[in-house]
Design a protein around this ligand. Structure first.
Ligand code: ATP
Ligand code: MG
Length: 477
């Protein structure tokens, strides 16, 4: 196989030479150009495995090349060299479609990391490769919104640009992040998802950056942090709005410098990690309120991916239900929707989105006869299509018992039909129902325990007790 060919575009002879030598040492073929015009001529002659361009050139901007390469040479990744400290330029280039950037003065180790990851990218795009990932897409749905989302994910997977995923609870943010990773050249490396709201503040630095043996009392062994664990792959910062401000500063530094320092270490180590963040909160609002740093927001929010709520893509219900039922039923078993069930689901607003649909179907299947779910098995709250607000749930009477009945509303039909199968283990069965309901209340209130407790008509203390007893994962909201 011939060596990958790389085009270096820079008008500074010294820097060009340094780049050339480094790339040659890595076993690449290198062409160079000093102007936009020269670069265009080169690009017309050869197919490059990577283009590396300076931002400011005598006859134009590197950004023009970024746009051109993205339009006319879709399979060629292009990276830019930006002046040090110019976060602005880096972000602009990424938004314009640059695959990645290196800062001047160029640190050779960074350059090598970037080039290696770019080359993985063009291999992945050789005909035939990468198809598995696309075919194995677990994001179900053929609505225009989902098709658009999948196309966007395909494009985003090719770049290093930080992505900020927004969407309501249960709408598939983590699934989308996994999909981006799976379709990227990083697929063979780890995907690490971190729930930023679930880590005690005192442990955050150690969890993210790791520590050396003896760095503090209890640090008996050297440990890696999330950044090291995700090296070469993707780090998902989930519920990023929950990061405390001091940690936001440290994280910004790590992302900007692409280096982290373990607690107790004297030197920093380079990390090659793509950052994907997610939140169900409005980050821009958090910035206005002073709860989230503007500079970190700017860094994370280079490209925004919005997941549509389920009620905006109800046409996907049949496919989603089929997939969920197939999974719930298990091999050789059968589960189906009875007449009118799809219509009933369509009339519902799904504040908890796909996760809620999964829960609804799972519970319904438990009540169903012979695996056929009837409308009454769904136990949807009276359909209020116009009102997606969680507050739409009528609180049960004040004297609600600590152990909830499986029926959230008095008007709903009795769950245990005379003919239905009996659960083999009643306490476990009831616990599962309780777990689902508490989880839903927490999801709907974005883990606000006070609100969740009031939705369920129990005290916060009772809720806290049940969360612990039932082993529910619930970050303090
Ligand atoms: N388009 C989809 N196709 C199939 N399954 C989906 C889709 N979207 C979401 N799901 C499923 O719904 C559940 C919730 O998805 P996920 O955890 O990605 O949501 P989320 O937006 O991260 O939720 P939260 O805000 O609670 O963190 C998962 O079981 C996921 O597999
Ligand atoms: Mg999530």
């Amino acid at each position: 196989m011939s060596s990958p060919r790389i085009l270096v575009v820079d008008d500074e002879a010294d820097l060009r030479e340094l780049l050339e030598i480094t790339l040659l040492k890595m076993g690449m073929d290198v062409d160079s150009a000093a102007t936009v015009a020269e670069a265009r001529a080169r690009l017309a002659q050869h197919q490059y495995a990577l283009v590396l361009t300076d931002m400011r050139l005598p006859d134009g901007l590197g950004l023009e090349l970024v746009r051109e390469v993205n339009t006319n040479h879709k399979n060629t990744p292009i990276a830019v060299v930006t002046a040090y400290g110019s976060a602005e330029n880096a972000v602009v280039a990424l938004k314009a479609g640059a695959f990645d950037y290196v800062t001047k003065p160029v640190v050779l180790e960074d350059l090598r990391i970037m080039v290696r990851s770019a080359l993985r990218l063009s291999e992945a795009e050789a005909p035939g490769a990468g198809q598995d990932a696309a075919e194995a897409s677990r994001l179900i749905g053929e609505s225009p919104a989902m098709q658009g989302l999948r196309a966007q994910i395909g494009r985003l997977a090719r770049s290093m640009a930080p992505i900020s995923i927004t969407g309501e609870s249960g709408s598939g943010k983590e699934l989308a992040a996994r999909e981006i990773h799976a379709q990227s050249s990083r697929a063979a490396k780890p995907f690490v998802a971190v729930n930023c709201g679930a880590i005690p503040e005192a442990l955050m630095e150690a969890e993210f950056f790791g520590y050396r043996k003896g760095a503090f009392t209890g640090a008996a062994e050297e440990r890696e942090g999330f950044f090291q664990a995700a090296n070469g792959g993707t780090l998902m910062l989930d519920e990023v709005a929950d990061l405390p401000l001091p940690m936001q500063v440290k994280l910004l530094r790590a992302i900007q410098e692409r280096r982290v320092r373990k607690i107790g270490a004297t030197s920093e180590e380079p990390v090659d990690v793509r950052i994907v963040s997610a939140t169900h909160q409005d980050l821009a609002r958090c910035v206005e309120q002073g709860r989230f740093r503007q500079d970190l927001f700017y860094r994370l929010n280079v490209i925004e991916l919005r997941l549509p709520p389920l009620r905006e893509r109800l046409d996907d219900l049949p496919l989603l239900c089929a997939a969920i039922l197939a999974r719930l039923a298990g091999p050789g078993q059968h589960a189906a929707l009875g007449p009118g069930v799809l219509d009933a689901l369509r009339a519902y607003s799904f504040p908890g989105n796909v996760r809620e649909l999964e829960n609804v179907l799972e519970r319904a299947l438990a009540f169903a006869n012979d695996g056929v779910i009837e409308v009454q098995d769904l136990q949807l709250k009276a359909a209020r299509p116009a009102d997606p607000a969680p507050a739409a749930v009528a609180p049960p009477p004040p004297a609600a018992p600590a152990v909830m009945t499986p029926v959230p509303e008095p008007a709903a039909p009795a769950p245990a039909a005379d003919t239905g199968p009996l659960p083999g283990n009643l306490p476990e069965y009831l616990s599962q129902i309780e777990r689902d309901i508490i989880q839903r209340a927490l999801n709907q209130t974005q883990f606000n325990r006070t609100q969740a407790a009031s939705l369920l008509g129990i005290s916060v203390r009772q809720l806290r007790y049940q969360i612990q007893k039932l082993g529910i994962q619930a970050p303090e909201g």
